[in-house]
Design a protein around this ligand. Structure first.
Ligand code: WT7
Length: 654
């Protein structure tokens, strides 16, 4: 079995400073090892104890893990609880007047909401939902901008046992329709418009459009949050103003106690083929994953000001905005706008303004901010920061070093967190007071998370070679099912060859220190002259060149080599054409040859002002593969952030 070759060599190691280490919840490698050992020795006991101490149960559970229907695992199944109670009510007696949400609107206006006030708003809205006929197990689509209302809506659903499915506000009416139908929604919550970067974006009109398409008859009501007062169409039979419904309700709503396995939410995520998958999460196990990762990876303390920049339309905005920080009774910043408006200093300005201590964002945001203003952070006081995090893709070491030096002032540990929509919470990430970081590595698994690297037949990779990243044991916050599609669930995540292991769909390798390095999605792996190469490593090498801002690599079928390498490159300066482009392309090819070896040299380099990305910032490699082959683009590009640049990327520079 040939393993996936790793060509990226990163040798820098950054241990946490003593002061950070001493104050950390998990302090020093021995404490981390002790937790891992406890989980190894008594796996169920380890998780049971945490579930008992970290969650307020309405009725306690008697069985920790039920494996009888594997891979449909059940955790804490006979316990009952309510997620909203755990996120809000349980803090009221001790910190009702603590600020839960610091909401900064696009225009900079700030609204603070205490736990008491949040409780009142969630209760009122939960009562309103009930009055609209929403009850236990009903599905509610939430199509809202980043707002206090989005969090209230999610918490209100949780409070009454309704299952929310948040659809990112950047998705088209077509994508929204697909999700409404698949999930069988009874009600849709939206806003008239959202505001991002000084411009309003219509939302209600997309809901109207989606509901006019076939198969949406189940949607009985639409609730509209008035954000801008912009003109919208109104259907008197279905539409209701949020503020009118909320005003008519009382301040208390008894939580509906649900079974731990009751679905808290369904969140759609794209697979490599077919329609989006409705990833179904549980209530009890999910909440435990969010809580433990907040404590272990973010080292979260009562005094922290936490800011996760993700939209609630993604899993990160579920676990580390809507649930995790609230379950801990923390204070967090919620941001409506975009990092580049009014200028690329917005994030740094907000960190200064709100004295953010833990900052969590995506490598793609970091790279774009480097490009637009690598020196801007120096204009702000970032001394409140004590910990940084990244998520979404491997962070290339150059961006890591910038984040470390310019943002973290070499003082803040960086937690590179590997996880997925399906895993619910962090899986591989440093416990920052215990594990030294290496730029580009997500380091080591969380205690109780049994990850490994295997060959395609399920046998373990015993050296530092690359292979398939798997999870060998079920964990509390894992995906429970694909909504309406248990067969697809089994096939996608528990293929027969893999001994019942969970298949993450990523390739990775582990170095001599037991650190994990994610090499990319399995279907991005190239095979060049019999050598299997991860796209990310070549991208990383390109980005390390001082001329390059961003790069994406795809394979293109090649008669002799199997696959040839096509590089899409965004330069830090202007996009080049003609002779100049050829010259720089040749330079870059040599550069990669030197950084990695001749085998990784791109055969073709194409320059663009930008790369085609989904609105969540993921590079659309499938589209780039089609472009590389010279195919016409026929697939749906409605989720593409910047469709215009496709023209540029059709032409090889050299
Ligand atoms: C995929 C999951 C988890 C929330 C955001 C994305 C990639 C994610 C990392 C990381 C390397 C990463 C993986 C993973 N990924 N975090 N720290 N290092 N790769 O959620 O849309 O479900 O995507 O994102 O390929 O499988 P998602």
């Amino acid at each position: 079995m040939s393993s996936i070759e790793s060509v990226l060599k990163e040798t820098r190691v950054f241990a946490p400073h003593d002061a950070f280490k001493q104050a950390a919840t998990v302090s020093g490698i021995e404490s981390y090892n002790a937790l891992c050992q406890a989980a190894e020795q008594d796996y169920n006991g380890f998780w049971a104890q945490l579930a008992q101490s970290e969650i307020n149960w309405h009725t306690p559970f008697s069985q920790t893990l039920d494996e009888s229907q594997a891979p449909f695992y059940r955790w804490f199944a006979d316990g009952t609880l309510n997620a909203s109670y755990n996120c809000i009510d349980r803090h009221l007696a001790t910190r009702g007047n603590k600020i839960a949400l610091i909401f900064e609107a696009d225009d900079g206006i700030v609204t603070n909401l205490t736990y008491k006030a949040l409780h009142q708003r969630v209760c009122r809205f939960a009562n309103a939902l009930k009055k609209q006929g929403v009850g236990l197990g009903d599905r509610v689509i939430i199509y809202l901008p980043m707002s206090i209302e989005a969090i209230v809506a999610m918490q209100a659903c949780a409070r009454i046992g309704a299952i929310h499915s948040v659809v990112f506000g950047g998705f088209s009416a077509k994508s929204l329709h697909e999700r409404i139908v698949d999930v069988g929604a009874k009600l849709v919550i939206t806003a008239d418009e959202g505001v991002r970067g000084g411009k309003s974006v219509s939302l209600k009109s997309a809901v109207d459009e989606a509901l006019q398409m076939a198969e949406c008859e189940a949607v009985e009501q639409v609730i509209v949050y008035q954000r801008t007062g912009g003109k919208i169409a109104w259907n008197a039979n279905k539409d209701h103003w949020w503020h009118e419904l909320e005003a008519a309700e009382s301040d208390y709503c008894e939580p509906t106690w649900v079974n731990a396995e009751h679905p808290l939410f369904i969140l759609y995520t794209s697979g490599s083929t077919g329609t989006p998958k409705g990833v179904q999460h549980s209530t009890g196990g999910y909440l435990l994953g969010a809580i433990m990762s907040m404590k272990w990876v973010f080292d979260h303390k009562a005094t922290d000001i936490f800011w996760c920049t993700a939209d609630v339309g993604w899993i990160t905005g579920h676990s580390y905005v809507a649930y995790g920080p609230l379950a801990l009774g923390g204070t967090q910043v919620v941001f409506e706008g975009v990092p580049t408006w009014p200028d690329a200093g917005r994030f740094w300005q907000m960190i200064e303004r709100h004295k953010v201590s833990i900052f969590y964002t995506a490598p793609t945001a970091i790279r774009s901010l480097i490009k637009l203003g690598g020196d801007l952070p120096k204009q702000y006081d970032l001394s409140s920061l004590r910990l940084l995090g990244t998520v979404g893709e491997p962070i290339n070491p150059e961006a890591w070093m910038w984040y470390h030096k310019v943002v973290g002032k070499e003082r803040c540990p960086i937690a590179d967190t590997w996880w997925q929509t399906e895993t619910g919470s962090h899986m591989i990430a440093p416990l920052p007071g215990a594990i030294a970081a290496k730029p580009g590595s997500c380091t080591r698994p969380l205690p109780g998370i049994m990850v490994d690297i295997v060959h395609e037949d399920g046998s373990p990779v015993t050296d530092t070679g690359g292979g398939l990243l798997v999870v060998k044991k079920p964990w509390p916050s894992m995906i429970r099912n694909i909504w309406n599609n248990p067969e697809r669930f089994k096939k996608a995540y528990f293929p027969e060859e893999l001994n019942g292991y969970y298949l993450a769909g990523d390739s990775a390798h582990r170095d001599d220190d037991g650190y994990f390095w994610i090499m990319g999605r399995i279907d991005d792996v190239l095979n060049v002259s019999g050598h299997r190469l991860g796209t990310m490593e070549i991208e990383s090498a390109l980005v390390a060149n001082p001329l390059v801002a961003e790069a994406a690599i795809v394979g293109k079928p090649h008669d002799i080599k199997g696959e040839s390498i096509v590089a899409y490159v965004v330069l830090k300066g202007q996009r080049l054409e003609g002779e100049e482009a050829k010259l720089v392309a040749a330079q870059l090819r040599d550069w990669v040859g030197k950084e990695i070896g001749p085998i990784a040299k791109p055969d073709e380099i194409r320059f663009g002002e930008n790369l085609p990305k989904t609105r969540s910032g993921k590079i659309m490699r499938r589209l780039l593969r089609s472009l590389a082959k010279g195919e016409e683009i026929t697939s749906d590009i409605s989720t593409l952030d910047n469709p215009a640049i496709l023209e540029q990327l059709k032409q090889p520079a050299a």
